[in-house]
Design a binder for this molecule. Structure first.
Ligand SMILES: CN(C)C(=N)NCCC[C@H](N)C(=O)O
Length: 288
């Protein structure tokens, strides 16, 4: 099993994550809180009330977890393709796998990474939703004082299963959309690369960016539900499950609720995934 794919997945994911985290904070707030009038209003309020640091709330855990999460996604994707098609990453441009195989490998990677991601994503969302300014002397401390405190409090108050709150919605979100992610990336690369050659940096950047946008547009409805399920249980339980969360969200806010955060998700997805795929491809070429 080639381990370079796992390491390349980790490094490239970390680069993309730092770039995209401020957008992610705005998205999570828009999806779970009703106090903001839109992206700009949310950004201005975060900056005024919480300073620039407010945009980076909840980032330390994802940075620590990206090693596991992204290496599982890229490593499982690549190794599943190797199993299905018997072609390694280096041979893949000369002998392209079928779209069905790419989709299946993407779904497998997405499914397994969702399981690893669930507790880390929960803690990120809970921390991002704390609106108190970071470390202001004299003011009451926020409910969670950091990622470890947050994890320990969830474990104490909601038990082990509490750490996996929203995990079903996360799996439903990530399994098909990671198939879409890799199909878009590989499809665009092949479209714009002469037979048998490696794709150029510009092609990788554009294909990676559009793969991010396509997958996030498809993922946004379940992303909204996932974030709501993760915030549920903080004070009292509102939703009985994923379906109940969908139905009551639509009843209260209309069908538009499924597209909350889609603009900021797409704006974030392009640079994040362009950088992720470019660094991934270069690291593998460098080691290959
Ligand atoms: C849920 N969906 C659609 C995805 N996770 N798509 C793949 C993008 C992964 C990248 N780390 C990012 O955060 O954009």
């Amino acid at each position: 099993m080639p381990v370079e794919e796992f390491v390349a997945g980790w490094i490239s994911g970390a680069l993309g994550l730092v770039l995209g985290h401020p957008f992610d904070t705005v998205k999570v707030r828009l999806q779970t809180q009703t106090t903001y009038r839109g992206i700009i209003d949310c950004m201005v309020k975060i900056y005024r009330h919480e300073s620039l640091l407010g945009f980076f709330k909840g980032m330390s855990f994802p940075i620590a977890s990206i090693a596991v999460v992204n290496s599982v996604l890229f490593g499982v994707y690549s190794n599943t393709l190797l199993l299905l098609t018997a072609t390694s990453h280096q041979e893949r441009w000369a002998q392209p796998p079928s779209y069905m195989h790419i989709f299946l490998a993407g779904c497998t990677g997405g499914f397994l990474q969702a399981y690893c991601l669930a507790p880390f994503d929960l803690i990120k969302v809970r921390l991002q939703n704390q609106t108190e300014p970071v470390a202001q002397p004299g003011s009451p401390p926020p409910q969670y004082q950091g990622p470890v405190h947050c994890a320990a409090s969830i474990f104490r108050e909601e038990g082990y299963r509490g750490l996996f709150r929203g995990a079903w919605a996360l799996m439903l979100r990530d399994t098909p959309t990671m198939g879409i992610y890799f199909i878009t990336y590989e499809g665009l690369c092949h479209q714009y690369t002469p037979e048998g050659q490696n794709p150029s940096s510009a092609t990788v950047l554009v294909a990676g960016g559009f793969a991010g946008i396509a997958s996030w547009v498809a993922a946004t409805p379940l992303d909204v539900i996932k974030s709501r399920m993760q915030m549920d249980g903080l004070r009292r339980r509102v939703y009985q499950g994923v379906l109940d969360c969908m139905v009551s969200s639509v009843r209260q806010e209309g069908l538009g609720v499924f597209f909350r955060g889609v603009t900021i998700n797409s704006a974030r997805a392009f640079p994040v995934n362009a950088v992720t795929f470019l660094s991934y491809e270069y690291l593998l070429r460098w080691w290959g």
